[in-house]
Design a protein around this ligand. Sequence first.
Ligand SMILES: *Cc1c(COP(=O)(O)O)cnc(C)c1O
Length: 402
Amino acid sequence: MSGHQLFEHSLNVRLKGRMERQLQRKRRNLESPPGPEVLVGGKRLLSFCSNDYLGLANHPDVIAAFKRGLDEYGAGSGASHLVTGHTVAHSALEEELAAFTGRSRALLFSSGFMANVGVLTTLLDDKDPVFQDKLNHASLLDGGLFCGANFRRYPHKDMKRLDTMMEGSNTEGLRLLVSDGVFSMDGDVAPLGQMLKIAERHRAVMMIDDAHGIGCLGKNGGGLIEAAQERGAQIDEIRLPILMGTLGKAFGTAGAFVAGSDALIETLIQFCRPYIYTTAMPAAVAVATRQSLQLVKSDGWRREILRNHVQRFRKGAAELKLPMLDSPTQIQVVMLGTPERAMAASAALEQKGILVTAIRPPTVPPGTSRLRLTFSAAHTEQQVDQLLAALAELKLPPLPSS
Ligand SMILES: *Cc1c(COP(=O)(O)O)cnc(C)c1O
């Protein structure tokens, strides 16, 4: 075989392995904006897959702001932030995000994946211990692996194990504790209060990735931290120094930010390679995001609708005895176990005009293939009921009790 043939052969062997285990991924070509109803292959489907939780991705004010931004700044930023890609629009958004999260400064990144990899690789030296929940987002796990840190993963939300792990780890250098705020594939919430106590006891620094909390939780959409403060928790930039949030979910645009102290943000500007060596997000995205931030803050009713949908769905799902995970957020999970069952359920729903993706390994641990349903303020109650009716017709067997 030639070099090229060997190459193609090795790729095909890998791909075949995925196919045989029903783990192959497939992209859909949408012919419409994201929203409760999407057009796929000329067919209208009711979608419960989007992370556009507040319905801002297709909001007329956000689109108008995007267009204004294009007229003012052009399509592309033309350079990285440290060259000439950084505009007054980026700067203004950073200041507004800092104020919104109650932190000294914020820094924009082109994507959440880059923000997470960037923060971890910048802050951690070789062998510095980083403690992560096993169900953390792939970008956090990869960030820890990329920098050769002493990578420690504790079982999901197992605070006893975390405490013991920290007890036994060396105490020189930085000790970083990192967690999703709302877990992206399970919808449940990190035990912030306990994590803060453990971090303080072991003099560890804490980072929260609030990709799915920001905009959705808290009275003003400030996310998991605001929600905890409402219940009386004292959380500030000193106790929880690193906050990361994404803009492509509740904010409906694209990109991400890290918020924290002046020293943290300045360190990232100086040393964070995924920040420095990439083209700045288009300024028009920043202009549009400033508009969506206004809506996130002003439209508390969107969060209320979202909460109502979740309650309505969970009540209906309990009546149907669906094998649900215990999630209080807009991410709801019907646990099916095997990839085959998850794929079959997803296909059966699509037959009924409902789009719900099957999530399988390696995105989730083996044996936990599932339907991941996400709700949006743009859904109607009637659409939630339609989903419940379709799930009822699937006649899913209840989760075997363990
Ligand atoms: C989506 C997500 C990211 C990545 O953000 P992008 O902007 O989509 O790259 C990071 N962390 C979590 C928890 C996420 O859900």
